[in-house]
Design a protein around this ligand. Structure first.
Ligand code: SDX
Length: 394
């Protein structure tokens, strides 16, 4: 009668968790954030509205959104000392390694002033993380290409400012492309939260010990980096580039089905979705819009991706295993068209997912029944056995 899902109390005792933030029906390909379908949010909102919804549970009215956006915008700069962390990395360091390090280092600046038991401190830490991630991510890119760091602009919206931080230089005026910034808004929304995936579970588990939120988000970034998770968008582009031409697709589909071949179709399959990932459909539409805007409608990688999707969706192996394109299948083509290097793809995922991670972290800390995480194990090792001194060992 409250319009809210309920479960028996035993559900949480199995080490799973209760949450009101995101609901996924994998069989039907449904994704809701606080009850709102992802399709409606991606079509009608900007990222700040969805960030507010995830963090506070309701869509903001105009006044609430303006205040939230002002507060986030006025936390986008990072402590100037933090710039020194970048120079400790080799120029060719993977940007995810840089983000892990720099976000973890935020703890050194805010740990002592963040009492996680104080709701105001939690919200300030949450705003700081959401606000600073675009700056931190873009600076990892600038450092890798030897360009000067660009400082955030308070007159730009979140997605616009990220593209500005990435591509502006001190030498010329930066012009916002509204089609690209709208596409970036939508991409950030599609990556914002996704229930208890590997990286979100990592953030919750780290946070359950009382660790500060900056260290917990750094842990989430580390987990997201894996090619089976957030690193898949980088892996998809490498796969599409390796396939190169539509005529090579059957060979790769054959390899993906061969149990003796470790190759998997990157951007396909999902731990939960056994239907089309609703985010993939919206991403495909966004991909066509961005490529059209940039005059790249006949992008060869898009042709390979579309043909691969068509063949896989008709192939009995993929149909039987219920393998469909996921959120990562088209995103890399968009990022590459925007001029974002492959090594930065997962950094964009991390910057968007920070909002979901921190919303889930707040939900866990606010739960009075919350205890330190302690996943159960099934022990399959030796039973007790007699000790063997060194001189008697073979
Ligand atoms: C994300 O959890 C989340 O919500 C994650 C995420 C989020 O927003 O946080 O949605 C983001 O991580 C999306 C997934 C990105 N990863 C990839 O695209 C990498 C390629 N996909 C696979 O590695 C795989 O599909 C996983 C890791 C995503 C899921 O792996 P599972 O759990 O083994 O997949 P499954 O149980 O659904 O697989 C069923 C079968 C298995 O074969 P059998 O053991 O039954 O014989 O399908 C096979 C798998 O081997 N299979 C694939 C395949 N994915 C699964 N075979 C070929 N190509 C693939 N891509």
């Amino acid at each position: 009668d409250t319009g809210m899902f309920t479960y028996d109390p035993g559900f949480t005792s199995t080490g799973s968790c209760e949450s009101k933030i995101t609901y996924i029906d994998g069989d039907k390909g449904v994704l809701l954030h606080r009850g709102y379908p992802i399709e409606d949010l991606a079509e009608n909102c900007d990222f700040m509205e969805v960030a507010y919804l995830l963090l506070k549970g309701e869509l903001p009215n105009a006044q609430q959104k303006e205040k939230f956006e002002y507060d986030i915008t006025h936390h986008t700069m990072v402590h100037e000392q933090l710039t020194k962390f970048y120079s400790g990395f080799r120029r060719d360091a993977h940007p995810m390694a840089v983000m892990c390090g720099v976000v973890g280092a935020l703890s050194a600046f805010y740990h002592d002033s963040t009492d996680i038991n104080d709701p105001r401190h939690r919200m300030v830490a949450s705003y700081r993380l959401i606000a600073k991630m675009p700056t931190i991510a873009a600076w990892a890119y600038k450092y890798s290409v030897g360009q000067p760091f660009i400082y955030p602009r308070n007159d730009l919206r979140y997605a616009e400012d990220f593209l500005h931080l990435m591509f502006a230089t001190p030498c010329e005026k930066y012009e916002v492309n509204p089609v690209l910034s709208r596409a970036m808004d939508r991409i950030l929304i599609l990556h914002a939260d996704h229930e208890q995936n590997a990286s979100t579970s990592t953030v919750r588990l780290a946070g359950s010990s009382g660790a500060n939120p900056f260290a917990c988000i750094a842990a989430g970034i580390a987990s997201l980096w894996g090619p089976a998770h957030g690193g898949a968008n980088e892996a998809v582009l490498k796969m599409l580039t390796e396939i190169g031409d539509k005529k090579n697709i059957p060979e790769y589909v054959k390899r993906a089905k061969d149990k003796d071949d470790p190759f998997r179709l990157m951007g396909f399959g999902h731990r939960v979705y056994k239907n089309y990932d609703p985010r993939a459909k919206i991403m495909a539409k966004t991909c066509h819009e961005v490529l059209a805007e940039l005059g790249m409608g006949n992008e060869p990688l898009l042709e390979v991706a579309m043909e691969l999707e068509k063949i896989a969706l008709e192939d009995e192996y993929f149909v039987e295993k219920k393998l469909y394109p996921n959120v990562d299948f088209y995103s890399g083509i968009i990022f590459r068209a925007m001029g974002i290097p492959v090594s930065m793809f997962t950094c964009l995922f991390a910057l968007a997912r920070t909002t979901g991670w921190i919303a889930q972290w707040n939900e866990m800390i606010e739960d009075p029944a919350q205890k330190i995480g302690r996943p159960r194990q099934l022990y399959t090792g030796h039973t007790t056995r007699e000790f063997v001194p060194m001189h008697k060992r073979g």
